[in-house]
Design a protein around this ligand. Structure first.
Ligand SMILES: Nc1ncnc2c1ncn2[C@@H]1O[C@H](COP(=O)(O)OP(=O)(O)OP(=O)(O)O)[C@@H](O)[C@H]1O
Ligand SMILES: [Mg+2]
Length: 343
């Protein structure tokens, strides 16, 4: 059975690669047309491609020509001619697949093919790497190629200010680390006006060392905390109030979605007990948020199921393995709310 499956998958893969090899062959065939172009005429291809895209051609239509242009430009600017397997790797990445290539096989150069192609839309391309050093190195080295072809390159590393970030994201191609891209995305979700966002709508990204970024690094969540310290006072007030609320009358629980929400009558009760006019006023944002956390801690988090109390500390129980997660804390005020619940 296993070997049958392997054969099936193997054949599929082989078929796909055969198709991609045919495209690579085609790129080789048209290479002489580009070898004879002057630098100026080679560079002019970028504008030609952009125009053709606007007229309705697709990225797949122009892929062979665009790849041939990148290869020729790379020969002239970097002194490297993409190998055929690098062309196939580039096609694979353009289609949104994962290409596995061994160390030293030239993944940095492979990326230039789909990066150039997808940047032609003008909607921005992100190249995600694991650290600042690689992001800086690759953006400088490959940036020479993109700039020769008339595309701009930006770099996102730590300690950039708002204007520098905005500028880097406005470039055709933006290199950066997964952490920086992730945190910029989170911060963009906290602004009160779209003009304060640094990223443009997300379009196309290539992830280097994808196993490390999407599996290993993904185990550590990026957590962003709002400005200012929440007053512990409000936690205490709400911890006293929520036990007075009645399920299905003052709040409802969606077990499937694991969400909890106060009803109108619940809100009215809480407003009265807190002595505030309107919980939805901008000035009561924090109280409102803490009400959510307190309610959740009170009605949905169960001692000895979701957490245990050990030596006076709230310890999270892993939902899948049942293991105690020492040192881990719930985010968003939930942990503090649970601590008060046991008190
Ligand atoms: N087509 C090519 N012609 C000549 N040299 C090349 C070509 N492609 C890549 N190289 C060279 O091979 C070396 C390794 O490339 P690169 O760093 O991109 O490898 P990698 O696959 O990313 O490896 P790692 O897994 O270590 O990150 C570089 O020095 C690069 O200049
Ligand atoms: Mg590499």
């Amino acid at each position: 059975m296993l070997s049958f499956l392997q054969r099936l998958l193997g054949n599929n893969n082989a078929k796909e690669i055969k198709k991609m090899r045919a495209i690579a062959d085609h790129i080789n065939e048209i290479e002489p047309n580009y070898v004879k172009l002057s630098d100026a005429n080679l560079v002019a291809k970028t504008d030609e491609f952009k125009r053709r895209l606007q007229k309705g051609e697709t990225l797949d239509d122009i892929l062979p020509e665009a790849f041939a242009v990148v290869r020729e430009a790379s020969k002239r600017v970097l002194g490297m001619r993409h190998f055929d397997v690098q062309l196939i790797g580039g096609i694979c990445l353009h289609r949104g697949n994962i290409a596995e290539m061994r160390t030293g096989e030239g993944k940095t150069l492979v990326a230039t093919l789909p990066v150039y192609l997808n940047a032609l839309t003008g909607n921005g391309v992100h190249v995600v790497t694991v650290n600042d050093y690689l992001a800086t190195r690759d953006s400088e080295q490959m940036g020479r190629l993109y700039n020769f072809l008339g595309l701009s390159t930006g770099l996102i590393v730590a300690n950039l200010d708002y204007n520098q970030r905005k500028e880097a994201y406005a470039c055709d191609i933006t290199y950066g680390t997964n952490n920086e891209f992730g945190f910029d995305y989170l911060r963009d979700n906290m602004v009160s006006d779209v003009s304060q966002m640094v990223q443009r709508p997300l379009n196309y990204a290539i992830v280097d060392e994808v196993d490390s970024i999407l599996i290993d690094e993904a185990r550590t969540p990026l957590i962003i905390s709002g400005p200012g310290q929440r007053s512990t006072d409000n936690y205490y007030k709400l911890a006293k109030i929520v036990p007075h609320l009645v399920k299905d009358e003052d709040y409802t629980i969606d077990e499937k979605q694991k969400t909890i929400a106060p009803t109108d009558s619940g809100i009215a009760k809480v407003e009265k007990m807190l002595g505030v006019e309107n919980l939805y006023d901008a000035e009561n944002i924090e109280l409102n948020h803490l009400l959510g956390a307190s309610l959740r801690a009170y009605a949905m988090m169960h001692r000895d199921t979701d957490y245990v109390v050990k030596d006076g500390e709230v310890v999270i129980v892993d939902e899948f393995t049942g293991r105690l997660m020492f040192g881990r804390r719930y985010s968003d005020g939930l942990h503090q709310a649970i601590e008060l619940k046991k008190a």
